[in-house]
Design a protein around this ligand. Structure first.
Ligand SMILES: C[S@@+](CC[C@H](N)C(=O)[O-])C[C@H]1O[C@@H](n2cnc3c(N)ncnc32)[C@H](O)[C@@H]1O
Length: 293
């Protein structure tokens, strides 16, 4: 590895720690209500004539549906793990659609555990304060697992993928939705590299995995039938909502004479650089990965 790429990796490594992720989500999670009334903390999936381009939540909820379609788990008495569940927006969506299943989410943020669990009362959902890299799920115990825009906080690391493999029952599936690099980080052009670094700093990400490396890791860990779908064009319409959402959020704060918290600024910066990174389509893509144990 060249000195430059080593330096690059070290720099990114320092851009996040578990403490920074916790502080980010403990403080900035409530801002997401502005992004999604249903508290979906991810981008959306556009289907012409099914989702509404102007109603963000219709696209964000469709992304939830796409995940459940691919999990293909038994709908009765099954247990699903949400690895990095945020406020449980996807858990709530899933349990509304499949009320006889059970979904347990894990997150590092105590704010999300406290507030998210309030929204899951009376349904079969629960949020635990746990690290998705080493959960308390028994080996071979869950009928499906998904991770939506969460494993990027650990750089889509082998450790996270191994943990998902450990807890899944044989024959059950892992579904990941996230942005990935189309090449190695040290091969990015200056513009892409700048956007990437700012994105990682803003959103407290360890980094994005390269899609080919992640596919190889999944296979080496023992996953079968690894399917990679590039859904960048389906996701783009919701990414284009970012500038409008940011402007609306700042105007609302100004109107109410509220100051922006440090973590809110970081979130806005992360969102803006997610949009700018997304424009570099030769370097970044948004994917759904499905893999079977
Ligand atoms: C962008 S949010 C996505 C939340 C949710 N998946 C959604 O789409 O609404 C990222 C989530 O990953 C969680 N997270 C990040 N690193 C984690 C870790 N090591 N263990 C558990 N959760 C983690 C954060 O706490 C946060 O809830």
């Amino acid at each position: 590895m060249s000195t430059l790429s080593l330096l690059h990796k070290l720099k990114l490594k320092k851009s996040t720690t578990k403490e920074k992720i916790i502080q980010f989500y403990d403080e900035a999670t409530e801002d997401y209500e502005f992004w999604s009334k249903d508290l979906n903390m991810h981008f959306g999936y556009y289907i012409p004539f099914k989702t509404n381009l102007f109603k963000r939540d219709s696209m964000l909820n469709e992304m939830n549906q796409q995940v459940f379609n691919r999990l293909d788990m038994p709908k009765r008495n099954s247990l699903v793990a949400d690895l990095g569940c945020g406020m449980g927006g996807t858990i709530k969506y899933g349990l509304r659609k499949y009320p006889l299943t059970n979904i347990i989410g894990v997150t590092l943020s105590s704010f999300q555990v406290r507030e998210g669990n309030k929204r899951l009362q009376d349904i079969n959902g629960l949020i635990l304060e746990e690290n998705y890299n080493h959960t308390s799920f028994q080996p071979n115990s869950v009928d499906g697992a998904y991770a939506m825009e969460s494993l990027c906080h650990s750089g889509h690391s082998e450790q996270s993928l191994c943990e998902a493999h450990r807890i899944l029952k044989p024959g059950s599936r892992l579904v990941i939705t996230d942005a990935f690099l189309k090449k190695n980080a040290d091969e990015l052009c200056i513009g892409s590299n700048y956007c990437y670094e700012q994105l990682c700093k803003g959103w407290s990400l360890e980094g994005l995995g390269s899609i080919e490396d992640v596919k190889t890791s999944l296979t080496q860990i023992g996953f079968r039938k690894v399917t990679i779908e590039d859904i960048s064009f389906r996701v783009a319409p919701s990414v284009l909502h970012v500038p409008f959402a940011i402007t609306g959020f700042i105007l609302k704060k100004l109107f109410r004479k509220e100051t922006l918290k440090a973590q809110s600024w970081k979130n806005l910066k992360g969102s803006l650089f997610a949009l700018l990174s997304g424009l570099h389509m030769h370097n970044f893509g948004y994917y759904i990965i499905t893999a079977e144990k």
